[in-house]
Design a protein around this ligand. Sequence first.
Ligand code: 2M8
Length: 436
Amino acid sequence: MRKICDPLPDDAPALLEAAAAVLRTNDRGEFTKPSARLYPHQWNWDSAFIAMGWAHLDWERAVREVASLLRGQWTDGMLPHIRYDRAALGWYAPGPELWPGGHARDADELTSGISQPPVLPTAVYRVGMAHPDRDRRHAWWAEVFDGLLACLRYFCDHRTVEGCPLIVVVHPWESGHDNSPRWDFAVEVGVRPQRPYQRIDNTIIAAAERPTNRDYDLYIFLAELISSADYALPRYLSKTPFAVYDAQFNAIWYRSAQDLNRIAAALGRPEPFSAEVLAAFAHAFRDRHWDAQRRTFLDYDLVGRRPIPVETCASLMPIFAGLVGADEALDLLARYRARSTGCRVLPVVLPDQRGFEAGRYSRGPVWIHTNWMVIQGLASLGCDAEAARLAGETLDLVRQAGYVECYHAASGVTCGPHEFSWSAALVIDLLRGSAS
Ligand code: 2M8
């Protein structure tokens, strides 16, 4: 198995020790908080990333992280973006009251009513591969297989329209890049929620680093709309200003579908996603997301029926998914780098784009999970030198500012909370994991 960082840097032991300390600080036993104060519950893709870190420290702890996340799954397979911890209710807003009438399989579970990018099947594949004993790995994969399949199938069965296999994302929170300038077109509609709401996030983190109140008006308005549509896409679509094909989300689904096929093959089961299904998805992806003039992948606004003309790291996620070959991957990345001059890499939004803000959350800073996905994609495509280069640049950010949520695009200083779990977990994976 090829390692990404080979040879390891001299300070790898110190980096690993500090990363393990972050996970232990945020460990709630069965799940890991993304950060101690700002995010006190269990988040969907956070836990997927975090499990990959635990896998190298305490493999059975990674198994518990995944089991805990799957406990929040809904009857239709949807894996919610937040699984609330009863002990922490009131510490984060919005709480479960924003999502009335949810459909969790276990009625005692408190969850949100939207999902997040489905990284989990990829994470489970990688966590499994980190266990040396094939029987233990297979036994675990067999246990979680149905839950993972349901979570991917949910999107095919309940989140597609007009015969197109791409997935409709219904909320900026669902994209995981909440206040990305990609979604400004919907914020600019100026909707107002029906009920008053209170924010807590901007009392913990500087307001200048967080989404604005206008962003939150949209978030709460959409959540109200989604629950009043009983979480059903057709009813929601007729009323919403926000329904998108997100290039990052679709790329992550595609990678996870392939990784679940690999798990199925290892277990001797039929592959759940046939070559025809994957080819149709890849074809639709190219058709809908590729912008030939700009030579990049863009998101698509289903309400306005037009590509969203904002260039961000989402355009690089086809690298993670293997939706591009090695040459195209290197070309996409080289052009992204060329346009990021003066920035630490990779700024989540290109600095020449309208709405770029170097220090505000999903509007500019560098994020470890974004870099990790590009690095993994490069490694999968055999672009080892470029993967190692980006991994080195990512470690430099951590050396400078520690395991924080994100890094100011120009200076690399801390943005968001310190001791951020997925930053730590994914650095552990970069240093200890292999290309897959
Ligand atoms: C951020 O999102 C939450 C809402 O889900 C928030 O800002 O309150 C995003 O970075 C999201 O991608 C992440 O999963 C979550 C927890 O780290 O925080």
